[in-house]
Design a protein around this ligand. Structure first.
Ligand SMILES: Cc1ncc(COP(=O)(O)O)c(C=O)c1O
Length: 386
């Protein structure tokens, strides 16, 4: 086989009908639930939202859950509810979705980016401790791609230095750390239920906590109409019973959907683990990784083309893929211009963001899709390897 055989250069693609990177798993149950709400005439926040919150809290193992309009809104309310003040610092891994530093900026605090671990791509414990100061008000560990961050060590640091921990579980519904669901460890856990996530309500988010005063404050902050006789600046971050009806059906099947993601990931890893220069996803032995994303690492010195060229070649073969995230947060134009970071502090994040590529792992994939993903990945890497 030679380079002209690649679909990018006119060869036959592995797949004529492309395989999507994400696809929501919607069944008759979601459709029936939505119809029931529409027929009930109660379509705004109401009994289905309350039921969704109760079921979600029970699933995660927390006292309280509050449904909101997005994961970003959940982050914003989390920071407000613990009283993060302007001019304090909130520590965030440098490989992150932009919603996280943006929420920190909404409350006027400084998003202090922290380098990440080369195996899990989650926040690096050494870099975290180095960045803690008397200005640190909170840390937001992200359970990136569905792999839990090192919660024991982060909670130890929180006890030692006295900062809040907000777990970002936007990509990790049902993931476990030492046998317990993520979201139940920190002061607050936040989830996104955006369409690509392990469970969805279309757009949406949910905040969990064991602390009554936080839950109470978040409810006031979410429902500005409740705040007319209290001195609080509140928001309208509510979701509707229509979205909650979808969420209830999704929550019922979350464990099954995660099991399918894990099984897909295991099949991909068993076929891709021996490709020279490619690292399959790392799994710590004390976690349940729920594979929101299945992310390969291409060692730059082992390939003739850049990771971006590999991504285009794979796409041409009919395998949609994603680079999540590039650039690392300290290089986002808004933050780089505002704070002029010293790039040398982020060597791992810089390397990772140049070298990773997520390929499809969602639960809608058929056996043949997985075989095609493997074959296309092998075809492309074989052509580009040195
Ligand atoms: C790690 C992380 N945090 C927060 C969010 C924000 O969630 P949403 O898109 O629902 O606002 C996302 C979503 O993409 C995310 O991946």
């Amino acid at each position: 086989m030679d380079i002209e055989d690649l679909a990018l250069f006119g060869g036959e693609p592995v797949r004529k009908t492309p395989i999507s990177l994400s696809k929501p798993f919607i069944t008759q149950e979601e459709i029936d639930n939505v119809i029931e709400v529409l027929r009930s005439n109660w379509i705004v926040q109401g009994p289905r939202v309350e039921e969704f919150e109760n079921n979600f809290a029970e699933y995660v193992g927390t006292e309280y859950a509050i449904a909101v309009s997005s994961g970003s809104a959940a982050l914003h309310l989390a920071l407000l509810s613990i009283g993060v003040k302007p001019n304090t610092e909130v520590l965030i891994p440098d490989i992150t979705c932009i919603s996280v530093p943006n929420a920190v900026s909404y409350v006027g605090a400084f998003p202090r980016f922290v380098d990440v671990n080369m195996n899990t791509y989650n926040i690096s414990l050494e870099a975290l401790e180095r960045n803690i100061s008397n200005k640190t008000s909170a840390v937001i560990p992200i359970h990136l791609y569905g792999h839990p961050a090192s919660l024991d060590e982060i909670l130890d640091l929180s006890n030692k230095y006295g900062f809040f921990v907000i777990e970002d579980c936007a990509q990790a519904h049902g993931a476990e750390y030492k046998g317990k669901k993520v979201g139940s460890f920190g002061d607050i856990g936040i989830f996104s239920t955006y369409a690509t996530k392990n469970m969805t309500t279309g757009e949406g988010g949910i905040l969990v906590t064991n602390r009554r005063e936080i839950a109470k404050k978040v409810r006031f902050l979410r429902d500005q109409d409740k705040s007319s006789n209290i001195p609080i600046l509140a928001y309208n971050y509510k979701i509707t019973d229509i979205e909650a009806a979808i969420g209830l059906a999704q929550l019922n099947k979350l464990d099954k959907l995660n099991a399918q993601r894990i099984s897909n990931a295991m099949l991909l890893s068993s076929h891709l683990k021996d490709i020279d220069g490619v690292k399959i996803p790392f799994i710590s032995n004390y976690v349940k990784h729920v594979f929101h994303r299945y992310t390969l690492f291409f060692e730059p010195q082992r390939f003739k083309g850049s990771r971006d060229e590999l991504a285009s070649a794979l796409e041409a073969e009919g395998i949609k893929n994603g680079i999540l995230y590039t650039p690392p947060a300290h290089r986002y134009p808004y933050y780089h211009k505002k704070y002029n970071f010293n790039d040398k502090q982020f060597e791992n994040a810089d390397l990772i963001s140049k070298s990773i590529l997520s390929i499809p792992v969602h639960p809608n994939l058929e056996k043949q899709d997985l075989i095609d993903i493997v074959n296309a990945t092998k075809k492309v890497t074989m052509q580009y390897c040195k």
